[in-house]
Design a protein around this ligand. Structure first.
Ligand SMILES: [Zn+2]
Length: 355
């Protein structure tokens, strides 16, 4: 898969006639960067086919552990205008920024993918990512001369679903972040509930079924590792109303306490990847705290989430008094006829389907 690392069209084709001459000059740079501006980075959100270079000043640098015990690095930076960009180095690249790197250091990163995380621009490492710490470049000198700006603790306001609906109807110019107390009412599996990316080119993989075993293939690459990400469409409700939301990977992983890959391979329906596993439906009807972003197209995405634990009991439906009504399940939510790894008792299943 072709991924552009620079924005011009020229390319080198190395054929049998190509000849290599060693260079003796020792002042050859080991890396080439074409730094993107903040505005350019914004335009590239979720445009996984363009690799992005960036230079910024470190404000915070830390290692995080995932639920599967893998360690990744989060480096929060600011650009020359003081705007925040978060760099995420996945486990295989986390060593590229050392633990000794801290506030005031300059990092140049190459070949990252732009995503959004908790309403912040995020640059995620790829297979090709390179990093230079405190590079000898004019941009680094400028960044170093700027004053340090500490991060605000949180930019999120609390909002009800009604308030979110009203905000989405207003013509807002940029994405906004909120915290919302709500519960998932229904999970929509018709558009799928996860996607799979190629570890080499980051494009979407295609499901293939061989002898009842599901695998994911890249149209260009062999020997890849599929990267599974939740993307769950669901209806969320609170006392003020209901709204459609997309739960991104981090939020679903936090709620279900299981990484997407395990959910697919252990609990998914191998003959129908779109069938929502029973284990995922266990997230329905429990009070949760949702960190959401209201996009400027009116879409609501859930970046992160946690359960609201009640003081009396952990049972999700035990605390609801009188207000819940039994609604028949829609055909889309009916479990498929294929085997399930764990058989729930009929009583449990009935409870899960209560709306
Ligand atoms: Zn690929």
């Amino acid at each position: 898969m072709y991924m552009a690392t620079v924005d011009h069209r020229a390319s080198l084709v190395i054929g049998q006639k190509a000849r290599f001459d060693p260079l003796t000059d020792s002042n050859i740079p080991t890396a080439y960067f074409q730094f993107a501006t903040y505005e350019t980075i914004q335009r590239r959100i979720n445009e996984t086919r363009i690799l992005t270079d960036y230079i910024g000043r470190v404000e915070k640098n830390s290692i995080l552990s995932t639920r599967t015990g893998k360690q990744l690095r989060k480096t929060r930076t600011r650009d020359e205008m003081g705007r925040e960009v978060e760099i995420t180095l996945w486990p295989e690249k986390r060593h590229l920024i050392g633990d000794d790197v801290g506030p005031g250091d300059i990092v140049a990163v190459g070949s990252t993918i732009v995503t959004e995380h908790n309403g912040l621009l995020q640059l995620e490492s790829t297979y090709l990512t390179i990093v230079e710490v405190n590079p000898d470049m004019p941009q680094a000198i400028e960044l170093r001369a700027l004053p340090s700006i500490p991060f605000a603790e949180t930019q999120e306001k609390k909002a009800t679903i009604l308030e979110l609906q009203l905000s989405s109807q207003q013509n807002i110019q940029s994405s906004k972040n909120f915290i919302c107390e709500a519960r998932i009412k229904e999970v929509h599996g018709d558009r799928g509930w996860f996607y799979v990316l190629c570890s080499k080119c980051s494009s979407k993989l295609f499901p293939e079924l061989h002898d009842g075993k599901l695998s994911f293939v890249c149209k260009d690459d062999d020997e890849i590792t599929p990267i599974f990400r939740y993307s769950v469409n669901a209806t969320i409700v609170d006392a003020t109303g209901s709204m459609e939301a997309i739960f991104f990977n981090e939020s679903m992983q936090a709620l279900l306490n299981i990484v997407c890959e395990d959910m697919v391979t252990r609990h998914g329906d191998s003959t129908n990847p779109r069938a929502v596993p029973q284990q995922l439906k266990s997230a329905i009807d429990k009070p949760s705290l949702l960190h959401v972003t209201l996009k400027n197209d009116g879409k609501l995405v859930v970046n992160n989430a946690s359960w609201i634990t009640t003081t009396t009991s952990d049972q999700p439906t035990g605390n609801i008094s009188g207000t819940s009504t039994f609604t028949p399940t829609t055909p889309a939510l009916k479990s498929s006829t294929s085997k399930r790894p764990l058989q729930e008792s009929p009583g449990q299943e009935k409870r899960m389907k209560r709306a």
